[in-house]
Design a protein around this ligand. Structure first.
Ligand SMILES: [Zn+2]
Length: 303
C-alpha cells in the first residue's frame, strides 16, 4: 500500500521507505481485499438449536397460511405436492388454497435420508354463495379476436406470478393497502340455476378513483402494465418472496416500475375502475404458487 502510494513520489522525492523485497513480503501477508474475498458458506450458526420437527403457526383454514421452520438438516420440503422454499435459518412460508382439503401434509427430506411429516388440520370455510335464477353465460372472452388479445396478457400475468424474486415480505405483519368499505369478499361465488360460476379471487375495497394504495408488505414489482389489460385494467403485481405475491387490479395510475423494490407502506398507485369493473374499487388478490388466498387472513378485520 505504502509502496504503491509512494511509487510516483519516490521518483520525484526519493520516497523509498519500503524496499522492494519488503513490499513483496507485505503483499504476501496482506493481499488485496478483492482477491481474498471469502465465499460465504450457506450453513446455519453452529449453536443453532436442533429441531426434530416442523414448527408452524398461522391461519389453519382454507385460503389461509402458515409460517414456520423446517426440521434441522432438511434438504427439501413440501406441502402436499408443492415444493417449499426455506431460508438459512430454516424459516418457510406455506398456504392453503380456497378449495384445500381438511388436512395438509408437510414433508421434509433430511440430509441423512430420513423423512419428517406433519399433518396440519385445515378448517373449511362457509363461502358466501349467491343463487341466481339466470343461466351461466360464457364470459365475454369467447371470440377468437378476444383470445388473440388476451393470451399475451395471461402470459404476462403468469410470468409475474412465478417470477420468484428474493424478497422478505412473506415474513412481515401485513397492513391494509387501503381502508374502506369491503364491496366483495374473497371466495364468494354465484350459482346460476345450479351451475357454479367461478369464485371471486380477491377482496374488493370501494374507494373513489385517485385514492392512494400502499404496499401491504415489501417486495419486488414484477408487473406494472403500461396500458390497461382487458379484464384487470391497470394491473400491478408485487412478489413478496417464497412464492407469495399480490395483485392490485383496476388502478387509475401506477407509481412504481417493474424491477422496483418496494417497502411496506410505500405508495404504489391509486384506485380506479379500469378494465372489467363496474365502479372505482381495488381488487386485491394474493397467491402462493397456485394457491389462491384470502387477503383478510393476512390483515385481519377492516379497521
Ligand atoms: Zn374483485
Amino acid at each position: 500500500m505504502i509502496a504503491r502510494i509512494c511509487g510516483i513520489a519516490a521518483l520525484l522525492a526519493g520516497c523509498a521507505v519500503v524496499p522492494p523485497a519488503d513490499a513483496a513480503r507485505q503483499a504476501e501477508v496482506a493481499p488485496p481485499v478483492a482477491v481474498a474475498t471469502p465465499v460465504p458458506t450457506p450453513a446455519p450458526p453452529p449453536d443453532a438449536p436442533i429441531r426434530a420437527d416442523f414448527t408452524y403457526a398461522g391461519e389453519l383454514t382454507q385460503g389461509g397460511w402458515i409460517r414456520g421452520t423446517v426440521p434441522s438438516g432438511t434438504v427439501s420440503a413440501r406441502l402436499g405436492d408443492q415444493e417449499i422454499a426455506f431460508d438459512l435459518q430454516g424459516r418457510f412460508f406455506a398456504a392453503f388454497d380456497r378449495d384445500a382439503g381438511t388436512t395438509a401434509q408437510l414433508v421434509a427430506i433430511l440430509a441423512n435420508g430420513d423423512t419428517v411429516n406433519a399433518i396440519i388440520p385445515v378448517s373449511p370455510r362457509a363461502w358466501e354463495l349467491e343463487y341466481v335464477n339466470t343461466a351461466l353465460r360464457p364470459g365475454g372472452g369467447s371470440s377468437a379476436d378476444f383470445q388473440r388479445r388476451r393470451q399475451p396478457e395471461l402470459d404476462a400475468i403468469w410470468n409475474a406470478r412465478t417470477a420468484n424474486m428474493p424478497a422478505t415480505g412473506w415474513q412481515e405483519d401485513w397492513i391494509w393497502p387501503v381502508t374502506g368499505r369491503i364491496s366483495g369478499r374473497f371466495g364468494s361465488q354465484r350459482i346460476y340455476r345450479g351451475e357454479p360460476g367461478s369464485y371471486h379471487s380477491g377482496l374488493d375495497i370501494a374507494r373513489p378513483t385517485g385514492t392512494a394504495i400502499v404496499a401491504p408488505a415489501s417486495g419486488v414489482v414484477t408487473l406494472a402494465t403500461a396500458a390497461p389489460f382487458s379484464i384487470e385494467g391497470n394491473l400491478l403485481i408485487i412478489d413478496h418472496g417464497q412464492g407469495l405475491n399480490s395483485a392490485f387490479l383496476h388502478l387509475s395510475r401506477i407509481d412504481v416500475a417493474e424491477g422496483d423494490r418496494v417497502v411496506q407502506g410505500q405508495t404504489l398507485g391509486a384506485i380506479g375502475t379500469t378494465g372489467r369493473s363496474t365502479g372505482p374499487h381495488l381488487h386485491w388478490s394474493i397467491k402462493w404458487h397456485l394457491a389462491r388466498l384470502d387477503p383478510l387472513l393476512f390483515v385481519g378485520p377492516m379497521p
